[in-house]
Design a binder for this molecule. Structure first.
Ligand SMILES: [Zn+2]
Length: 244
């Protein structure tokens, strides 16, 4: 599935999920749950270098290429200056070159820094282990293959359990957002399972679910997205009317 398909599917699943909750949510909580599901429906594709989620945290392709070219040129200049004995110039060029290299790999830098912040928060504040799980996932993300660990049902299960125990100690708004996040995350896996690549277990990769019903970017995906949007609107309106 592509971006539109995943978001529509995630929102529809979260809208259906509203009916499974033991408590009635108010408008703000519904918005938090649906919004969170929409974002989470795209997040597993952070393990893909050029997915929508990855593009949120990196420069456009042309600028990445430009930064890469600039970094190589600057580093070559730094080597030349070093060879000529111009050490301050060499250091400056190397510094700016490293910065340009970081910009060309901004996705990796953001994932690593965010992950390390979460791990530090976990270590310093002894907060919930969900933070450690998210931190480790973000730190190792640049080294993982697409549709590997991050797309595995086992990881989704850990994440869901973490979300549940974390949210239990929080207010209603966070609980709604955590619930939406969980629905959104699973919706992504289900959406991918509808395609021909499918998803597989992490521990036993031969156990693969690929239903081959919806091809990426196909007309059937467009129809599923439209259907999900219709279902979401109907479910939300009915929920609103039913619960005042
Ligand atoms: Zn995916």
């Amino acid at each position: 599935m592509n971006k539109a398909g995943h978001v529509s599917f995630g929102v529809a699943l979260a809208a259906a999920g509203l009916y499974m909750l033991p408590e009635v949510l108010v408008a703000g909580e519904i918005a938090a749950m649906i919004g969170s599901a929409a974002i989470a429906s795209l997040l597993p594709d952070l393990d893909h270098k050029t997915s929508t989620a990855s593009n949120w945290i990196q420069l456009p392709h042309a600028y990445r290429q430009l930064a890469k070219g600039a970094s190589l040129t600057l580093l070559a200049g730094a080597l030349l200056a070093w060879w000529m004995g111009q050490f301050p110039i060499a250091l400056s060029l190397a510094g700016v070159g490293a910065l340009a290299f970081g910009l060309s790999k901004l996705r990796n830098v953001v994932l690593l820094v965010l992950g390390m912040i979460l791990l530090l928060l976990f270590a310093q504040l002894h907060t919930h282990w969900l933070l450690a799980l998210a931190g480790v996932a973000l730190v190792i993300m640049p080294f993982l293959r697409h549709r590997g660990l991050i797309h595995a049902p086992e990881f989704a299960l850990f994440l869901s359990v973490g979300m549940y125990y974390f949210a239990r100690e929080q207010g209603a708004m966070i609980q709604a957002a955590a619930c939406g996040f969980t629905f959104g995350w699973w919706s992504h896996l289900l959406g991918d399972a509808l395609g021909k690549e499918g998803i597989s277990l992490w521990l036993w990769s031969r156990a693969r679910l690929a239903l081959r019903i919806v091809e990426n970017g196909s007309r059937s995906e467009w129809m599923v997205a439209k259907l999900c949007n219709g279902v979401s609107v109907a479910l939300l309106v009915f929920y609103g009317v039913n619960n005042g």
